[in-house]
Design a protein around this ligand. Sequence first.
Ligand code: SF4
Ligand code: SF4
Length: 299
Amino acid sequence: MTGSIFHLQRFSLFDGPGVRTVVFLKGCPLQCVWCHNPEGFSAAPQIMYDAARCIGCGDCAGVCKNGAHAFTQGVHVYDRSLCTGCGTCAAVCCTQALSLVGRQLSVEEVMAEVMKDAPLYRESGGGVTLSGGEPLLQADFAIALLKECKKQGLTSCVETCGMVDADKLMQAARFTDLFYFDYKATGEEMHRKLCGGPQTPVLENLARLEAIQARVVLRCPMVPGANLCPEHILGIAETAGKYTCIHEVQLEPFHRLGLGKAGKLGIEGMYDTAPPARAEIEHYCEKITGICGKRCIVS
Ligand code: SF4
Ligand code: SF4
């Protein structure tokens, strides 16, 4: 069995206990306007094109069987609609103006990479975190990875947007020590507008994790001018207070790193604004803890 992976990040200290390897799986059922990993939207392999690095050598046009690269009066035009994501052009691009995002890896290949840091996991209580995209969109592959982590005695975390098949979520939960569960907006209207999908199934899945008393951290992106408003802060606090499975809230201040990647992927319509001041987010943390009584931190 293989999965579509866009990044394997070793030595992470922010996505669960101890030292971790984060496995980023491609594909997501939502499309949040502030996403910092837009290369995770599509499950298919994609070309990232950085025009600033292109020297116009024409090698890509020479190897592409689909004619996706053309030169019009010396200007390089890349037609994404003709691209099948085979990666041949990226392999010959000497300036790395082109790069292929996404590759098929087997469970064994991922675990071989993961186990390079086995001594660090043992010393730190670390392990593997599945992220994305939405890792449970490739549910069978994700569950196979989680099972393998348990076999190897590693801690396992899953970062999820919650918009996933309920049965698969329950299967994954059997092999997951900690869920980072997104709470992105308060109310159907805000969720649909900002995330491109409904909130009701997300909250139903949170209730399912509550029913089995999974261990959950509620993760909340804080995006000025989009979801950052008193109603949403209250919504976060009430949700954290309602579910006993949630033991911590993490507020994630918006940053602009996703915008550059979106541009190179030809993705339009991403939201842009200045990141919020840390002091402001810390103030919201205090408010949330004051209402729900749970620890709330800026992540
Ligand atoms: S191979 Fe790379 S540097 Fe050469 S034209 Fe294509 S994108 Fe530009
Ligand atoms: S990835 Fe393949 S199909 Fe797409 S532009 Fe490059 S060579 Fe052509």
